[in-house]
Design a protein around this ligand. Structure first.
Ligand code: ADP
Ligand code: ZN
Ligand code: MG
Length: 478
């Protein structure tokens, strides 16, 4: 049996205000080409780079979050190659003294994380022409490299997803794969013994799904080639998304092909001497990470792990949940804590989240505050409003930002608790549905549910559900 081994190289565009070595805006949304450019990122002769401290701090912050080592000294190097998307003819990168060494994520050992600059974007036209947009040239690009210890495509995807989440929690990148903010390359080999086999590097992976499929495909391809007595070529292959296969791109280049040497225009960064970076501040700026939050949510709020996952996936949603739960628990302390939290969760995961999605905004920008949301859930739990009325009130809260009591008052939505009114509707419903009424008397609980529904309809969903139910049971047991 062949054992597959995978190592990942993941590039991430950092969400800094400005570019890596000049003052140009780092704006991934800029549609007009060649707007965010200057003599430095266009490589005019005589210009000099300066280090963007925020980008350095972002990488160090990630290193701290992943329990990595931060070497005392780190430096930039020139990686030389010729391509039209690289105006200087070299990329400023890091070779033998990266910012971050080792560390771990999801039980996968990391080798290093370094900082470099992104290239320009090439746009290939229909008539065979190629255009260059330098807006992206010089955007801070981080590269994380794992050790070759991953065992499957699935494990690789889990790793990459967790990294994406952490990058978002740390607010150092949106790490959106579709937008090219996170780019994954997979190195894959198979072997029958403890020695590593010859690896193949696979590029062109534009989604998590492609990462998994490409790795699975490549493992099979290599196994079959070796079974037939063939050899694995050390090469770079590309994932063909339509054909669902990898295909040869080029022979793998070696480090010496790049003629790396220390960047003479930038001083090495000595973290021991200078006050270049305040590590205490950095530590403080690291929020609770997804793994801890996941575990805490399950324990503290008795959530199922799938429920916790829905919240964890979006830091703002998780925060919203916690804020509204804490409000709810001050309004309704007591025994039904977990039941009440479940009710709140359900409204949050479906209605509230849906409203934010529909509006294309984050939970932070939602007009419904966690306090007002908790108030609404409180009203439902106390039986002061029905779930049907709750939905209408939520809609109103979403457009006005008002609290639920205000809306109930202003819209005259107040619940019908008037027993006489309810009694009358019950009487009508029973008369219109004699079969159901008979079924209930024979002991069928469904029939009661049906009749309550019919009555609620007559009252436009505004009857106090507690009172309605009680009166119904009284009425039918007469
Ligand atoms: P290169 O010098 O060819 O770029 P590196 O040693 O720098 O290779 O490793 C690059 C990536 O490839 C790392 O993620 C590493 O874990 C992975 N890797 C190295 N050797 C193997 C192998 N035999 N099989 C699978 N992955 C490997
Ligand atoms: Zn510039
Ligand atoms: Mg390498």
């Amino acid at each position: 049996m062949y054992q597959p081994v995978i190592g990942l190289e993941i590039h991430v565009e950092l969400k800094t205000k400005t570019k890596m070595f000049c003052g140009c805006l780092n704006d991934p949304d800029e549609k007009h080409p060649n707007i965010n450019v200057c003599p430095i990122c266009l490589a005019h002769p005589g210009t000099l780079p300066t280090i963007n401290k925020k980008a350095v701090e972002a990488v160090l912050k990630l290193g701290l979050a992943l329990n990595s080592q931060i070497p005392e000294v780190s430096k930039f190097d020139r990686k030389n190659y010729f391509y039209p998307d690289l105006p200087k003819g070299y990329q400023i990168s890091q070779y033998d003294q990266p910012l971050v060494l080792e560390g771990e994520l999801n039980n996968i050992r990391l080798r290093r994380i370094h900082l470099e600059e992104d290239t320009a974007s090439l746009i290939h036209g229909e008539k065979g022409e190629s255009l260059v947009d330098f807006n992206r040239a010089g955007i801070p690009l981080m590269e994380l490299v794992t050790e070759p210890v991953i065992k499957s495509g699935e494990q690789a995807v889990e790793f990459a997803k967790e990294l994406q989440l952490i990058l978002r929690y740390l607010e150092i990148s949106d790490a959106d794969m579709e937008r090219g903010q996170m780019r994954i390359e997979a190195n894959i080999s198979v072997s029958k013994n403890s020695e590593l086999g010859t690896k193949v590097e696979v590029k062109n992976l534009n989604s998590f799904r492609s990462v998994k499929e490409a790795i699975d495909y490549e493992i099979k391809r290599q196994e079959q080639a070796l079974e037939k007595g063939g050899k694995i070529k050390h090469e770079t292959r590309g994932w063909d998304e339509n054909g669902r296969k990898t295909e040869h791109q080029r022979a793998k280049e070696e480090a010496h092909d790049y003629r790396y040497f220390p960047e003479p225009d930038l001083p090495p960064m000595d973290f021991s001497k200078s006050d270049f970076v305040d590590f205490k501040e950095l530590e403080i700026s690291i929020p609770e990470l997804p793994a801890q939050k996941r575990e805490r949510f399950i324990k503290e709020f008795s959530l199922k792990s799938e429920q916790a996952e829905i919240l964890i996936e979006d830091k703002n949603l998780a925060q919203y949940f916690e804020d509204s739960v804490s409000e709810l628990l001050t309004e309704i302390p007591g025994n039904d804590k977990n039941k009440n939290i479940q009710l709140l969760f359900n409204y949050l995961a479906s209605d509230i989240k849906g409203m934010a999605n529909e509006a294309g905004i984050t939970m932070k920008d939602l007009k419904i505050t966690p306090e007002n949301f908790a108030d609404l859930v409180t009203l439902i739990i106390k039986g002061e409003i029905s779930s049907r009325l709750a939905k209408d009130i939520l809609k109103e809260m979403n457009s006005t930002g008002l609290d639920p009591r205000q809306i109930i008052k202003e819209k005259g939505l107040s619940q019908i608790s008037d027993e006489e009114v309810i009694q009358k509707a019950i009487k009508e419903a029973v008369e219109e549905n004699p079969v159901a009424a008979g079924d209930y008397k024979k002991g069928k609980q469904n029939a009661l549910q049906f009749l309550i529904g019919q009555t609620m309809k007559k009252l436009k969903g505004q009857a106090n559900p507690g009172i309605l139910r009680k009166l119904f049971e009284d009425y039918l047991s007469r």
